[in-house]
Design a protein around this ligand. Structure first.
Ligand code: KPL
Length: 297
């Protein structure tokens, strides 16, 4: 089976590279701006610092009919426009959504009601150093789960992914895993983007107060959605601390987006918390949400 990755950003290129290193067949579905000048090779700097040229097959929207398995690795706000162009996609092709944040799968399910739909989270670190030069900055976990009944029949996809990515597991409650990742992103991403700092800076004492407040707000909203499956506040704070330590030298995806003048996933991360807060007061989340909106192009 060939994997087709929709989205050739930093994370997409890392996933494609790791799959190719296991001899998996990989195609990159590219946007119009790459037509004519796409070079099928790109440079991947592995975790050990060694560079490798990765060879994938390039394809475009009109070749959608031939896609066997579609991994969507675009930014959250690009998912629906990018998928809408794939009018020829077969109803048998599984669609796997791996973007940050939440709120997109419902729209994809409406656009492609018959396709097996899966969602997942992937916490590998990736950074674009130049055009077609990507650095793998950190190993992470990958979790997949079915969004619709047809999607739940594709659990076997985690096997080749686990071989390539080092870890991949199936979850029967992927929405809980997604909300847990979103909770981490809703704390780290807007703070690092607003202050233009690496993740590890948040471990310094000047951020103690805002981290305490923000993590409490985000935890309350996510716990309300998770119900009896909610993690405790101390467990969430321990997880946050671990992610900050593990990714201390990394720049969050939102910091990178703001620094490069690109749109951000603010609406799908902090915006999701704002939209689901109900009666819970979230002054810090709201302030950061609005501050990032002002920084967007
Ligand atoms: O997922 C991330 C992101 O940058 O989007 C974190 C976990 C914050 C790592 O940088």
């Amino acid at each position: 089976m060939q994997w087709t990755l929709l989205g050739a950003g930093a994370l997409g290129c890392v996933i494609a590279g790791l799959l190719r290193q296991q001899d998996e067949s990989v195609a990159l579905m590219l946007s119009e701006r790459h037509r004519g000048h796409f070079h099928p090779l790109y440079e991947l700097i592995n975790l050990n610092g060694r560079s490798e040229l990765i060879n994938t097959q390039a394809c475009f929207a009109e070749q959608a009919r031939a896609v066997e398995c579609l991994l969507v690795v675009t930014k959250a706000y690009q998912v629906v426009p990018a998928l809408s162009a794939l009018t020829g996609l077969s109803a048998h092709t599984p669609i796997i959504l791996l973007h940050n944040g939440l709120g997109v799968a419902e729209q994809v399910a409406t656009l492609f009601p018959d396709n097996p739909l899966l969602a997942g989270i992937c916490s590998h670190g990736a950074m674009k150093e130049a055009d077609w030069k990507i650095r793998h900055t950190g190993k992470g976990e990958t979790w997949l789960g079915g969004v619709n009944e047809a999607g739940k029949k594709w659990a076997h996809l985690v096997e080749p992914l686990a071989r390539a990515l080092g870890h991949a597991q199936w979850s029967d409650h992927i929405e809980i895993q997604q909300r847990r990742k979103l909770a981490i992103n809703a704390v780290i991403n807007p703070l690092t983007a607003y202050h233009n700092i690496a993740n590890g800076e948040l471990l310094t004492s000047r951020f103690d107060e805002v981290l305490t407040q923000l993590s409490e707000e985000v935890h309350q909203v996510i716990a309300q959605l998770d119900g009896p499956d909610a993690e405790s506040l101390p467990a969430f704070r321990r997880r946050l601390q671990q992610v900050l330590e593990l990714t201390a030298t990394n720049y969050s995806s939102m910091q990178q987006d703001v620094a490069h003048g690109r749109p951000t996933e603010n609406d799908y991360i902090s915006g999701y918390v704002v939209a689901h807060a109900g009666q819970i007061p979230i002054p810090v989340t709201l302030q950061l949400y609005q501050a990032i909106q002002r920084l967007e192009p």
